[in-house]
Every structure is written in C-alpha cells, then in structure tokens.
Design a protein around this ligand. Structure first.
Ligand code: PRP
Length: 209
C-alpha cells in the first residue's frame, strides 16, 4: 500500500497558486477543492491528505510532524525559524517584505515604533541597521498603524502595492523578496523518502518549465 502523505496548505492567497501548481504537476485534485470550507481534504486517488492551515502556522504543522510536507512563504520561514527542510522554491505567490510609512514623515528619534505581523524579522532588520525600535505585533491590517498614530513605520508584505497606495502610504525600504517554498519534515523525509522525492521531482519539473 502506498504511504499517505499529509500536506499542509496555506489558506488564503497562496492556496490557489499552490493548487494550480499541483494540478500542473499532474495531480488529480477534486474540482471543489478551491471552494471548500473543509480543513482536512482526503484525496485517496493520489494518496494525499491535505490540511488547510493559516499561512503563518504551516511550518508548525510540518515541524511537529503532523504534516509530512507543507507550502510556506519565505516570509513565514524566516519569521518562524522552524526545524524543517526547505526542498524547493516553487516560484509562486511572488511578493516582497518592505518598510513603509507616510510620505515625508520622519521616524521618531526616540524609540520609533514599527507595526508588523513579523516581529522577529523586523527586529533583526532594524538591529542590523543599527536602529533601536519598538516592535508592535499586529495580526493584520497593518497599514492602519501609521494612519492612526500607532506606529511610525510598518514592516509588511507588498504584492501589487494597492494596499499601500489606497492608504496613502509609500514603500521606503525593500527587505527581501518572497516566494513560496515546499518544506518537509526531516523524519518524514527519512521514512517516506520515495513518495516525497516523487512529488519534489514532479513539482521541480513544473517550476523549471
Ligand atoms: C497582505 C499584506 C498587505 C497586503 C499587500 O495582507 O499584509 O496588507 O496583503 O498586498 P497588495 O500589495 O497586493 O495590496 P492580507 O491581504 O493577507 O491581509 P491582512 O491585512 O489581514 O494580513
């Protein structure tokens, strides 16, 4: 009997890109896959079980071994620093992390405040720049913070740039580029190396064409 692979998928904007890539690689996923509200989707024909997680939690599921594989943004990998193998850059959901703020507004000299969903990445970035900042961790709608005086700057994802523009904010510094990665639990990689190698190969082929 074939090993079942559990794959942690990020709900939200990466999900459709990831499903598209798996389909391109020849995996038969049910048509209702994208619209379903189910959190666990079994695809016995492919020996897959998908779990649909919050993007920021995918690396946790994979590190703890409840998922063999996962798809996670480079932003999440760097923020979470989990013990997982990054085996393939899937080149999907391209965006970048940036510092943004209101145009023409200087950072407060004494303890400037930075609002972000990425407290670890943001603190290391400002530490490397030699700037002492106070990090305010938010869970979303980060662009609000400078508009209402909660923070001097934000560190957040920029994809199309529409959210910044529509809120009168500007990008000030680009921190790093982001794409989604295929990640693997180290123990799963030892125990289920064959089926995992197979999926890595098939996805690598699609990514390179
Ligand atoms: C992300 C990010 C920005 C926005 C950037 O938020 O945090 O707010 O997308 O995308 P854009 O450059 O294409 O406008 P998301 O939509 O995931 O929601 P959130 O604010 O709840 O985190």
């Amino acid at each position: 009997m074939k090993d079942i692979l559990t794959i942690a998928m990020p709900k939200g904007r990466i999900f459709e890109d990831a499903v598209g890539l798996l389909r391109k690689a020849g995996y038969q996923l049910p048509p209702e896959f994208v619209d379903s509200r189910k959190l666990i989707i079994e695809v016995p024909e492919e020996s897959f079980r998908f779990i649909l997680a919050k993007p920021m939690d995918v690396t946790a599921y994979v590190e703890h071994g409840v998922a063999d594989l996962g798809i996670a943004g480079k932003d999440v990998m760097l923020e979470e620093e989990r013990e997982v193998y990054e085996v393939l850059d899937l080149q999907i959901s391209r965006c970048h992390l940036a510092v943004a703020g209101l145009p023409g507004v200087e950072m407060n000299d004494i303890a400037p405040k930075i609002a972000t969903k990425y407290p670890n990445v943001a603190s290391s970035y400002f530490r490397e720049q030699g700037e002492q900042v106070e990090i305010i961790k938010l869970n979303g709608s980060v662009e609000l913070a400078p508009l209402i005086g909660l923070a001097d700057r934000i560190v957040d994802i920029v994809s199309t740039g529409h959210t910044l523009k529509e809120n009168g904010l500007v990008e000030l510094e680009r921190i790093f580029d982001i794409t989604s990665r295929l990640i693997v639990n180290p123990v799963s990689y030892r125990l289920k190396d064959k089926p995992i190698d197979d999926i890595v190969e098939r996805l690598a082929h699609v990514v390179s064409t």
